[in-house]
Design a protein around this ligand. Structure first.
Ligand SMILES: *[C@@H]1O[C@H](CO)[C@@H](O)[C@H](O)[C@H]1NC(C)=O
Ligand SMILES: *[C@@H]1O[C@H](CO)[C@@H](O)[C@H](O)[C@H]1NC(C)=O
Ligand SMILES: *[C@@H]1O[C@H](CO)[C@@H](O)[C@H](O)[C@H]1NC(C)=O
Length: 370
């Protein structure tokens, strides 16, 4: 017994000297040494690290802030705090390498690359290491990994972030099949959107998107969605589906593009104005109303997520004229919901205008678990 007491004293001294980072591990469980029941015996007790997320799928359809939940705890609870390292990493939908998002040790945090200065840990309670992402961009979707590292141990949990959005075909003012891959990418970004992925186009096709012009997708393939087979769109013989031209040469071949837009933290509206406006006047009228002339992606998002329904043709920022219909009716285009387009009229023509006004939203709004 005395020997054990001595051993304990030596061990405690050793650990004292190692402060403030007492780490020891058998490679599987954490071990705390403690004086079990006051009789001087040493017992080794397995302390296990748990990392958990209450939502491993997070869907959102807006561009505000979002929280990816993650917390950790020890079982049984620790008698004294440990120094843990928290690491969040991200793997984009494109399948590119996993990259660091945020690393935190003690009260020091470091954020990386595209996440710099727009992510932080929520830290609402002990062990809360949920990641708050601000100013969400459609490109932010993908797989996030919340990792807790303590000594040699390392536990993690994956959380899939998906941004619900709307896919729309886009053709610039100079006509059909004009865009190389990089021009297509830029065209989407100018409309407050990103290039759609295959999965997004497929989901849009399932929801009824039918479009007979081939467009670039983010993976460099060119495809188009057909729900009603017809002669100019691959013929009668083919079943409905996505028609694919496969990967095309990114610098040489030219097509339209499919863009993907999530709803933004703002509002799109048809400007009430006493008379109709040419393109220059339309853009100015929105500014006069404390807004900006809306982009195509914004109009689609408003149609899809806020049910914007307006049977009035209006200018948009790219010089096209469109209107959104959710309740099809006579004299408002075809009998299906959709965003109707009049293409790109001459800028002197007179129409209404759709404006976009940015709005603040409260944090976390729009988080939906499935
Ligand atoms: C979005 O991602 C694509 C490819 O993944 C990239 O080329 C593009 O620049 C990104 N856009 C933004 C605004 O980050
Ligand atoms: C629109 O009308 C204004 C006059 O109200 C004129 O100065 C301007 O040049 C017109 N713009 C176009 C594109 O026709
Ligand atoms: C997002 O979070 C930041 C900082 O926490 C805050 O300033 C901003 O208002 C939030 N934005 C929205 C849209 O909630």
């Amino acid at each position: 017994m005395a020997k054990i007491r001595l051993l304990l004293a030596v061990l405690l001294q050793l650990f004292d000297r190692c402060q403030p980072v007492p780490r020891y591990s058998n490679g599987f469980l954490y071990h705390d040494i403690f004086n079990n029941n006051g009789n001087g015996e040493i017992s080794f007790n397995g302390v296990q690290l748990h990392v958990e997320s209450e939502q491993t799928f997070v869907f959102t359809s807006h561009g505000g802030n979002i929280t990816l939940p993650c917390r950790y705890w020890y079982e049984p609870p620790l008698s004294s705090p440990r120094r843990t390292r928290i690491k969040w990493s991200w793997q984009p939908v494109s399948g590119a390498h996993e990259t660091d998002v945020l690393v935190s040790i003690g009260n020091r945090q470091r954020t990386f690359d595209r996440f710099q200065n727009r992510v932080h840990l929520r830290e609402e309670s002990a062990g809360d290491v949920s990641l708050v992402i601000e100013g969400l961009h459609p490109n932010d979707s993908g797989r996030y990994r919340c990792e807790v590292i303590d000594g040699l141990e390392d536990e993690s949990v994956n959380i899939q972030l998906e941004l619900r959005g709307v896919v729309f075909p886009y053709q610039p003012h100079h006509g059909r099949y004009q865009l190389t891959f990089s021009m297509a990418q830029q065209a989407c970004e100018e409309q407050e959107a990103v290039m759609a992925t295959f999965e997004q186009l497929y989901a849009a096709w399932e929801e009824g998107l039918d479009w007979c012009n081939a467009g670039w997708l983010a993976d460099g393939t060119v495809q188009y969605p057909i729900t009603l087979p017809r002669v100019p769109c691959g013929g009668w013989g083919l079943a409905p589906g996505l028609r694919s031209y496969g990967p095309r040469h990114k610098h040489v071949h030219r097509y339209d593009v499919f863009c993907f837009s999530t709803s933004l933290k703002g509002k799109v509206y048809f400007l009430q104005h006493p008379h109709r406006l040419n393109f220059t006047e339309a853009a100015q009228a929105c500014v006069g109303d404390g807004a900006r002339i809306a982009k195509v992606g914004q109009l689609y998002a408003a149609w899809k997520f806020t049910g914007l329904d307006q049977c009035d043709a209006g200018w948009l920022a790219d010089g096209s004229v469109r209107y959104p219909i959710t309740n099809p009716r006579l004299n408002c285009g075809p009998m299906e919901p959709g965003v109707r387009s009049f293409g790109f009229p001459a800028p002197r023509h007179r129409h209404g205008v759709y404006c976009y006004k940015a709005e603040q939203r409260s944090r976390g709004e729009g988080v939906v678990t499935v």
